[in-house]
Design a binder for this molecule. Structure first.
Ligand SMILES: [Ca+2]
Ligand SMILES: [Ca+2]
Length: 504
């Protein structure tokens, strides 16, 4: 009798020890909240505070952790930027320069991606429960990446029956892309009609659940991607007479090499000259700011939900955008360029073991998201990652001086950002060079200035050595230069071909 009682006590103690041991492991492994915002540039209040933008929840997140004010994407276009973040590989390594269907990013015919593990999958393989909703990869996600997927609504939210202002005006790309989704105005009636609102509801509901394992939850916002439609109340935050327009120089493109001009040639987007003449410039900026404040509101709902959940103290948050956005700078309203305003985008981290309210001005890459999240979560490094973890930099400023960022647009066109300089080299060897200490708007191309030869060479040696041809599954039919380049390089020709773009 006594013996049985003794064994029971020992057994209970043993089970108790196991239970607390497994609890301990659970506590050690943080959850991950992975938030993507589409087409968000650095205008938000914790970074640039452009035109007195109202983004209290981005400020709130900045106070919770670390904000990178000089982070750059690896491709200034949704699809390839996201493919790079999710594979941990550069576009110049994968040949994914254009839009690739989510299920073809990893494919047998691509030696770089055929056996790659996507970021959320790495967490899944290491004992995490993965969930995701909205635009995370280019559309949503490849099959089976998420244990629970909320999917994504088609397109970019509700459209009014008739466009308000811009419909490409017939000068756009012909055929199936007869009109661009670029337009702006107050629509729909209220926030609950926005797909992003539904996505946040999905996330909120999941933050109330219990999980056996730590979780990785992805939330991909569709705004601030065009069309710039959000309800009227967000426009009301920005009276037109208080709106600033970004710096613009009408002859700015005169010193840009031909390939740069071709890349910039997007006939389906409004030009700055048109926006000036029609009086729409401030209205486009107003609409963009309205969209930014709408996303800020939805971000606030997520932060509220996390804060009141049992996961508040044990969740890493990372928030990023897939590229910047130009609102009139360099002649157009678009992403699609190797200039600062297209490559720079917000990157923010918060969570256990990270300083609070810290800002880092050194140039860094979105490619660092993958290895940084692994290190913060205590997971083994993934040897295939081409980016560097930013954890040391966030915790102790280590690596700030040597830090740089590479952005790639189509094959063998690169921008290097290091210290206060930007070096661009196009496939035909033509160059741009900017000194941001005297020329923050990148108006004066100093590539031919002997004064900068040494600096230029320091940045030049950072160009990727490997520049693979286009992956066959990758395309971008909106851009004449892209279409021509793929055909040319994959067809084995080496000489750059000059494409005659639309009349701009
Ligand atoms: Ca995008
Ligand atoms: Ca210029």
């Amino acid at each position: 009798m006594k013996k049985t009682y003794f064994l029971l006590i020992i057994g209970t103690l043993f089970l108790g020890a196991c239970k607390s041991e497994s609890k301990k492991i659970k506590i050690k492994k943080p959850n991950v909240l992975f938030i993507a915002v589409d087409d968000l540039n650095n205008w938000i209040s914790p970074i640039q505070n452009f035109s007195n933008v109202k983004t209290p929840n981005f400020d709130r997140l900045a106070k919770m952790g670390v904000t990178f004010t000089n982070a750059h994407v690896q491709a200034p276009l949704c699809g390839p930027s996201r493919a790079s973040i999710m594979t941990g590989l550069r576009p110049s390594t994968t040949g994914i320069y254009g839009m690739t269907p989510d299920n073809k990013i990893r494919r047998e015919g691509n030696p770089a991606t055929k056996d790659i593990t996507f970021l959320p999958e790495y967490f899944k393989q290491n004992g995490y429960h993965t969930m995701g909703i909205g635009k995370l990869f280019h559309i949503h996600a490849p099959n089976d990446v998420f244990d629970e997927s909320g999917g994504r609504v088609k397109g970019f939210g509700p459209y009014p029956e008739k466009r308000f202002v811009w419909d490409g005006f017939g000068k756009g790309v012909k055929g199936k892309h007869g009109r661009t989704s670029t337009d702006w105005g107050a629509f729909p009636e209220n926030d609950t009609l926005m797909p992003d609102h539904q996505s946040v509801n999905w996330v909120k509901e999941r933050l109330e659940r219990d999980y056996e394992k730590p979780f990785f939850m992805g939330l991909g916002f569709l705004r601030v991607h065009v069309p710039l439609y959000v309800p009227q109340k967000w426009f009301d935050l920005y009276p037109l007479d208080k709106i600033e327009t970004p710096p613009y120089k009408s002859d700015d493109l005169n010193d840009i090499p031909n390939v740069g001009l071709q890349i910039n040639d997007l006939p389906m987007m409004p030009s700055t000259e048109w926006a000036k003449e029609s009086g729409e410039w401030k209205k486009i900026v107003q609409a963009y700011l309205a969209c930014v404040s709408y996303v800020d509101y939805e971000l606030g709902r997520v932060l509220d939900a996390l804060e009141s959940s049992k996961y508040a103290d044990n969740t890493i948050i990372v928030l990023w955008s897939d590229h910047g956005y130009r609102l009139g700078e360099k002649g157009t309203f678009a992403k699609h360029a190797l200039w600062e305003t297209a490559t720079k985008a917000p990157l923010m981290f918060a969570g256990p073991n990270l300083p609070k309210g810290k800002k880092i001005t050194a140039p860094v890459e979105m490619l660092s998201i993958y290895p940084s999240l692994l290190e913060l979560s205590g997971l083994p490094a993934y040897t295939r990652n081409e980016g560097k973890s930013l954890v040391d930099m966030m915790q102790s400023d280590k690596g700030v001086d040597a830090s740089y960022a590479i952005t790639t647009f189509a094959m063998n066109n690169h921008a290097i950002k290091k210290e206060g300089y930007r070096y661009i080299r196009y496939e035909d060897g033509t160059e741009e060079f900017y000194d941001h200490s005297v020329d923050p708007n990148e108006w004066y191309n100093e590539a031919g200035n002997i004064k900068f030869s040494n600096k230029k060479n320091i940045l030049k040696i950072l160009l990727p050595e490997k520049n693979v041809i286009w992956d066959e599954a990758s395309n971008y039919t909106f851009q004449p230069y892209f279409v021509a380049q793929k055909k040319r390089v994959n067809g084995g020709q080496k000489t750059p071909v000059i494409v005659i773009g639309a009349d701009r």
